[in-house]
Design a protein around this ligand. Structure first.
Ligand SMILES: *[C@@H]1O[C@H](CO)[C@@H](O)[C@H](O)[C@H]1NC(C)=O
Ligand SMILES: *[C@@H]1O[C@H](CO)[C@@H](O)[C@H](O)[C@H]1NC(C)=O
Length: 374
């Protein structure tokens, strides 16, 4: 029992070797205020460089320049800078990019590109506040939204992996067991249900999208395979993942379908791209705020305000969307658009997504797997 708890507490540990590529996902030309967006992104990049130079040891500037700001490049070329430090700076840049997008590209906030931008921030920020993130996840079938709801995939992955810990520590269930073997089996079942929830998060949320574009391969090689997913069949048959083990709860991801190693869903074949329709007035109204979370960052102080207040640029910029859908402006990100067509926009090239395995999950799962007595 004690060792189970140790393994699962460490589940929350942050990875010291997070590798996140920094890319601006948005196409400025499809934004309400392209020039404003470009300038805003430049400023965010400058802040990133300054942050590295001030906080992450010597030589940061030269390294950042030669690497074009790519964190993985900087980590391999100049490991002395410290990847955690760079991630914190990267998270600040991502947060500023979210502000930039909300302000200058308000017509694209449900797009794959914007949703990716937010996921980029979540993956880098040490303790992100996942509730109340602006326009994230996008409402289903919102005008101009991503054909694969990336935000929803990310949220489900998060809730399902969290539930692994909750499940393993569920006293109601644990108290029924008297035999060590029963406890061991139960722990394995929690893990198998969590693995199955990872598959459901990807395959069931976006059945048409190629799973490898949503991080499936990384989840398999980094988490499921080392965690003996191939032995999960009997556990998924003998335990009630949704009910007794809690994975059906709303705040655990509301999973209802539990795939097993021997009955995997069919792979989608498409890329993710934005569906037809356009947001023609700012969803948020003229200003919106969002909160990063309670954490002071790795430098022991904040480099960026924890509460972001964003002013949307004057909406007289012409948006060249063909759809007639209009989003509500009650700040609730409720899509009331008339565009519910799932037809993929012809004008948008498909993109992948930033949905890799978040560093914290990878590290946590590995620790849990290695130290657990299951
Ligand atoms: C389906 O996708 C997964 C993840 O990318 C991959 O491992 C698997 O081989 C694919 N299956 C088929 C039948 O193509
Ligand atoms: C704990 O187990 C009970 C009984 O099986 C279940 O109903 C409940 O949802 C579980 N609690 C959590 C937080 O998962």
């Amino acid at each position: 029992m004690a060792s189970v708890a140790v393994g699962l507490v460490a589940f929350l540990a942050l990875s010291p070797f997070a590798l996140t590529e920094k890319v601006g996902y948005l196409e400025s030309t499809s934004c309400a205020d392209p020039k404003g967006l470009v300038t805003c992104y430049k400023n965010a990049e400058e802040r990133y460089t300054t942050c590295i130079n001030e906080n992450c040891g010597g030589g940061g500037e030269a390294c950042s320049k030669s690497c074009g700001g790519s964190i993985s490049c900087m980590n391999s070329k100049c490991p002395g800078l410290g990847i955690d430090c760079m991630n914190v700076c990267g998270a600040e840049q991502s947060a500023l990019q979210m502000d930039c997008a909300g302000s200058h590209c308000w017509n694209q906030v449900y797009s794959c590109e914007y949703q990716d931008t937010v996921i980029g921030w979540i993956d880098q920020y040490p303790n992100p506040n996942r509730d109340g993130l602006p326009f994230f996840p996008a409402p289903d079938n919102a005008p101009g939204s991503c054909s694969c709801n990336l935000g929803k995939v990310d949220r489900k992955l998060y809730l399902g992996t969290q539930q692994m810990t909750t499940c393993s520590n569920n006293e109601t269930n644990l108290n029924q067991f008297t035999k060590v073997d029963d406890i061991t089996s139960y722990g394995k079942a929690c893990r198998c249900c969590a693995f199955s929830s990872i598959i459901s998060s990807i395959w069931d949320t976006c059945p048409d999208t190629k799973p490898s574009l949503l991080g499936a391969d990384e989840w398999f090689s980094g988490v499921l395979n080392p965690g003996d997913w191939d032995e999960c069949g009997p556990y998924l048959e003998n335990y009630d993942c949704a009910g007794d083990l809690g994975f059906g709860r709303e705040d655990a991801g509301a999973f209802s379908k539990f795939w097993s190693p021997t009955s995997m869903p069919t792979n989608g074949t498409k890329t993710a791209s934005n569906i037809a329709g356009a947001i023609t007035s700012p969803v948020s109204g003229n200003t919106f705020t969002w909160s990063m979370g309670e954490t002071t960052n790795a430098f022991g102080r904040t480099t960026s305000p924890l509460i972001h207040t964003v002013t949307v640029t004057s909406a007289n910029a012409v948006v060249t969307g063909k759809g007639k859908a209009q989003a509500t402006s009650d700040g609730e990100s409720t899509a009331t658009g008339t565009s519910s067509s799932a037809a993929e926009s012809e004008t948008k090239p498909g993109i992948g997504s930033s949905l890799g395995v978040p560093s914290w999950t990878m590290a946590g799962f590995m620790v849990a797997v290695l130290f657990s007595t299951f």
